[in-house]
Design a protein around this ligand. Structure first.
Ligand SMILES: Nc1ncnc2c1ncn2[C@@H]1O[C@H](COP(=O)(O)OP(=O)(O)OP(=O)(O)O)[C@@H](O)[C@H]1O
Length: 303
């Protein structure tokens, strides 16, 4: 099954009691792709990751990794994972731990290479229970890479890292992805999803509400923001102007999210009662908020 995608979810459902943690997810990740799973707390990211790794069984639908069940890909050493609550073992050194994990895989990376990729050079002889939070996080990354996996799954990998450590982490992740490997990571950080993923999958209440590049997501949510001072303070009718998706007025300044900034501005000029018009690109945060607010509407984004 050489041509099968790295990850394929088909109509996957997972319930915890009455909570629909994952509600009909279709998701395909091609080999070599880096994909971000983005969502608020409780959106279903960790549950999706658990299903993907075969730690949990779906109630309905199918999950395939490289064309087979997750357990087969995991047993064959094709998958490496860094989960949120991974706790390091005690009393062993960084080198010992990485060597131990590597030895369990059929095609591991050389230990020194794993240590270098994870940014742990110089800390090889340090005991893993005597590291800072950020260093311990890097050890967990090293453990995920030690087996030389084709697919790396990272659940909120930068949660405990400061700005500098984050940057170093993403550089390592990109280097690993650059070798043709597939990476799927979950995050709350929009900028990280935008900067480091080829594609962003937005989850909301267990459903995929958008799937595409950061640029596509901005467009899907209304590509431009037109803001201006309301000279006479009257916001009535702004929602009806061409292109306008939604309107927000704060402290006498209106903000219109629009699909057609040119048409909106021309119409505003016709109204004659606006000052200091400014047109800016919607940020990914604007897109994210719009996408997760409009839960009833399913937004399709071609990638
Ligand atoms: N083992 C469980 N038992 C009961 N409910 C659960 C369980 N695991 C998850 N849930 C619920 O399923 C929903 C999805 O949770 P999940 O942890 O997948 O979200 P998440 O997007 O990873 O959130 P976070 O960003 O906070 O980690 C939530 O409502 C959560 O409370």
């Amino acid at each position: 099954m050489t041509g099968s995608p790295a990850v394929c979810f088909e109509k996957v459902h997972k319930l915890f009691g009455r909570v629909r943690a994952v509600a009909g997810v279709d998701l395909t990740v091609a080999r070599g792709e880096t994909v971000a799973l983005l969502g608020r707390n409780g959106a279903g990211k960790s549950t999706t990751v658990g299903l993907l790794l075969g730690l949990d069984e779906p109630d309905a639908g199918t999950v395939r990794l490289f064309g087979g069940p997750p357990s087969r890909a995991v047993a064959a050493g094709r998958v490496g994972a860094m989960l949120q609550d991974g706790r390091a073992v005690r009393r062993v050194t960084v080198r010992e731990l990485v060597s131990f994990v590597a030895a369990a895989f059929p095609r591991p990376l050389p230990v020194a290479e794993t240590i270098g990729l994870a940014g742990l050079t110089g800390l090889e002889d340090r005991r893993v229970d005597r590291l800072s939070g950020g260093q311990a996080q890097r050890v967990r990354f090293a453990v995920a890479l030690a087996g030389g996996p084709e697919l790396v799954v990272l659940d909120e990998p930068t949660a405990a890292l400061d700005v500098e450590a984050r940057r170093a982490f993403w550089a390592s992740m990109r280097a690993y992805a650059g070798r043709g490997n597939t990476v799927l990571f979950s995050t709350h950080h929009l900028e990280e999803a935008d900067a480091y993923a080829d594609r962003i999958v937005v989850l909301d209440r267990g459903e995929v509400v958008a799937d595409g590049t950061g640029e596509r997501l901005r467009e899907a949510a209304g590509g431009r923001l037109v803001s201006f001072d309301l000279a006479d303070g009257d916001a009535a009718g702004l929602r009806l102007l061409p292109g306008v998706r939604d309107v927000e007025v704060r402290a006498g300044r209106a903000r219109l999210r629009t699909d057609d900034a040119d048409a909106t501005v021309v119409a505003l000029a016709g109204l004659g009662s606006v000052r200091d018009i400014e047109v800016t690109r919607a940020t990914l945060e604007d897109a994210f908020l719009a996408l997760t607010r409009r839960h009833d509407e399913h937004v399709e984004v071609a990638s």
